[in-house]
Write a protein that binds this ligand. Structure first.
Ligand SMILES: Nc1nc2c(ncn2[C@@H]2O[C@H](COP(=O)(O)OP(=O)(O)OP(=O)(O)O)[C@@H](O)[C@H]2O)c(=O)[nH]1
Length: 622
């Protein structure tokens, strides 16, 4: 294909010139052909006319020449032959007699030809042969007359005719060419040039202007009108196409801009969401392996994170209090203190929409500010100009409120989604907190039970004194300590006198009460650190006295005996006295002698045994 740019670079040549050139060539060829044909026709006609003239001349002299020959009048023959030669178209006349004589006559122009050696051919097509017969016998031929056309004259005729034809055809062709050139210039190329100039001024950005031809109004359309119409139609379609394209490009640009904005918004939103997720993870991570008693601290931390994130002045987590018909602050950021400038620690149905309390299954979303709704009491209660509160739901029930004081976040905006997420996390935090509280309660109950169990396992259920197990634990401890520290250690063995008789006399239950009374009596006597009063079983008591030497031990043993005596617990069946009495055996650690506590206890037991001899006595082991 030819490059249009290269085409445009070619030199300009008007279309009319090419048409005229081709028309001229064609006209010349046609003229030549026509001339040749016409010359041929002319030649034939001229030849026929020339032969007619030869025949006419021969006919005119045939009889007289035959008579002259018959008479052998050669002078007359010659004269007549000259006459024949003077005929317009006769160039050469030859008379041939039967006896072999020839008489020639010719014009001067023909003579020139003959002088140059040209011989007439008897069979020449431009000749006429006429036999001459005797005047008396028509069957007797006396000679032949040959007439030849005057060739120069004949050719001159032909030439003249040819020139006339050629000139006429040439003029006709030329005039036709000029006419065609003029018509093409006027009817076609002028308009084409005009159209080309108009098209050259067209631009894709200004296609509205169509093509117009500077022609008179006509009844019929021609190819130029069709070309103009087709171009204008193409122009309109192109303009529409470009308009549509521009509109589509504008729409596309708007879509692209909108898309880019949306992508930007989405990216920012995702960034915010990611940041918020990080925050939630940090908040919830604190609840993993949370030490007991730190749940409130973790919830407070969560609220401070939410408050910071949403730019609130304070962030509160309320829980629904069914008995009080309102919401009570469970956690707050910053922490509540007595001199807080707000009173919103409890939100009752006076300040909250009634539907919240009536139907706690409705999604709760409260948002307001002092300016837009002066009748709203919450801003004043919360000590701020604006607030947002979102219901904290558990299984579709509103169990609490997450309240941002100082920020009014619309339900539709992006923060609202995050705030609802925060509300869900708050529900989770409350859940964790409740679980930990339950766990803490359970732990405390368990500890208490353990303590009780521990106490039970180490105390006598009847008297509340330390039991044998406890005594056994402590005796070893104190014994090792005394050995280590080389310090004194004493043991008192206390036994109620005649207790069998007491039981028998007052009954076993009263015996128990007697044991309890004695325990109460003795307990205040041994409240120094390390001292231990225990009931070993039955009516037998033992006292462990660390850092106590024999004298002090004896004093204490005597105090037991005296205190019992002074208590006046009646014992009518006793052989010792009218009251309950006790015997006490005292043993003190002898370093190097006692290898274990049991040997010391054994000494105390022996001393008691000795004290029983007489009873109501105290005896120190030897
Ligand atoms: N009520 C009551 N009696 C007990 C309890 N444990 C042991 N006894 C009684 O205490 C009595 C102890 O008697 P004995 O060891 O024979 O000694 P006693 O009668 O006190 O005589 P002496 O010790 O020799 O003065 C027995 O009758 C036991 O049944 C108890 O927990 N409650």
């Amino acid at each position: 294909m030819t490059d249009p740019v290269q085409q445009a670079a070619k030199p300009f040549r008007p279309l009319s010139r090419r048409v005229v050139a081709w028309a001229l060539l064609y006209s010349t060829l046609v003229t030549l052909l026509m001339t040749a044909v016409l010359i041929g026709v002319d030649y034939h006609e001229e030849r026929t006319a020339a032969l007619d003239q030869l025949r006419f001349a021969a006919a005119s002299y045939r009889k007289s020449l035959a008579n002259s020959l018959w008479d052998l009048d050669m002078a007359a023959v010659r004269l007549q032959m000259d006459g024949l030669a003077s005929f317009p178209m006769v160039g050469h006349a030859v008379l041939t007699t039967t006896i072999g004589q020839n008489v020639h006559a010719h014009k001067r122009s023909t003579a020139l030809l003959l002088d140059h050696g040209s011989e007439h051919d008897p069979a020449d097509s431009l000749s006429w042969r006429e036999p001459l017969v005797s005047p008396f016998n028509p069957d007797l031929v006396v000679g032949h007359l040959h007439l030849y056309v005057d060739r120069p004259a004949f050719l001159h005729h032909i030439e003249t005719g040819a020139m006339r034809i050629l000139t006429g055809e040439a003029i006709k062709g030329l005039v036709l060419c000029l006419l065609i050139a003029w018509l093409i210039g006027r009817l076609v190329t002028r308009h084409l040039s005009h159209m080309a100039a108009q098209v050259a001024q067209l631009h894709p950005t200004a296609l509205g202007q169509g093509l117009g031809l500077q022609r008179h109004e006509r009844r019929h359309e021609d190819e130029l009108d069709q070309l103009c119409g087709a171009f204008n139609q193409l122009n309109r379609q192109l303009a529409e196409y470009i308009d549509n394209k521009r509109t589509m490009e504008d729409e596309l640009r708007q879509h692209r801009d909108r898309l880019s904005e949306m992508v930007g918004e989405r990216t920012r939103s995702l960034e915010r969401l990611r940041g918020f997720h990080g925050l939630i993870i940090r908040v919830l991570t604190r609840f993993i392996n949370l030490p007991p008693g730190h749940a409130n601290e973790a919830v407070d931390h969560g609220l401070s994170a939410f408050g910071d994130y949403f730019g609130a002045r304070r962030c509160l987590l309320y829980t629904y209090n069914m008995e009080a018909h309102g919401f009570t602050v469970a956690n707050a950021w910053p922490p509540l203190n007595d001199d807080s400038d707000w009173k919103g620690s409890f939100l009752s149905d006076d300040v909250l929409p009634r539907r919240m309390l009536a139907d706690r299954r409705t999604r709760v979303w409260l948002c307001g500010d002092r300016k837009s709704n002066p009748e709203d009491l919450l801003p004043a209660l919360l000590g701020c100009d604006a607030y947002t509160a979102v219901g904290v739901e558990v299984k579709g029930n509103t169990v609490g409120l997450l309240c941002l004081a100082g920020r009014a976040i619309l339900q539709e905006n992006e923060n609202a989604t995050l705030l609802e997420l925060a509300a869900r996390v708050s529900a989770n935090m409350l859940d964790h907190k409740a679980a930990q509280m339950t766990l803490l309660d359970t732990q405390q109950a368990l500890q208490k039970a353990n303590r009780e169990l521990h106490s039970l396992s180490r105390h006598d259920s009847l008297t509340g004194l330390a039991n044998r197990r406890h005594f056994d634990e402590m005796k070893e401890v104190e014994f090792r300590r005394a050995i280590r520290a080389d310090s004194p250690l004493s043991v008192l063995m206390v036994d109620i006198d005649e207790f069998k008789r007491y039981n028998d006399n007052y009954g076993h239950a009263q015996g128990d009460r007697c044991l309890q009374a004695l325990a109460e009596l003795l307990t205040p006597l041994f409240n120094r650190a390390g001292e231990l009063l225990a009931r070993l079983g039955g009516e037998e008591f033992v006292v462990l006295l660390p850092n106590t030497g024999p004298e002090q031990a004896q004093v204490l043993a005597e105090r037991i005996r005296e205190a019992t005596w002074d208590a006046h617990i009646p014992h009518e069946s006793s052989n010792v006295a009218d009251r309950v009495t006790v015997s006490v055996g005292v043993a003190c650690l002898k370093h190097g002698l006692h290898q274990d506590f049991d040997s010391l206890l054994q000494d105390a037991d022996l001393a008691l045994y000795r004290a029983k001899n007489g009873r109501n006595r105290t005896v120190l082991a030897e």
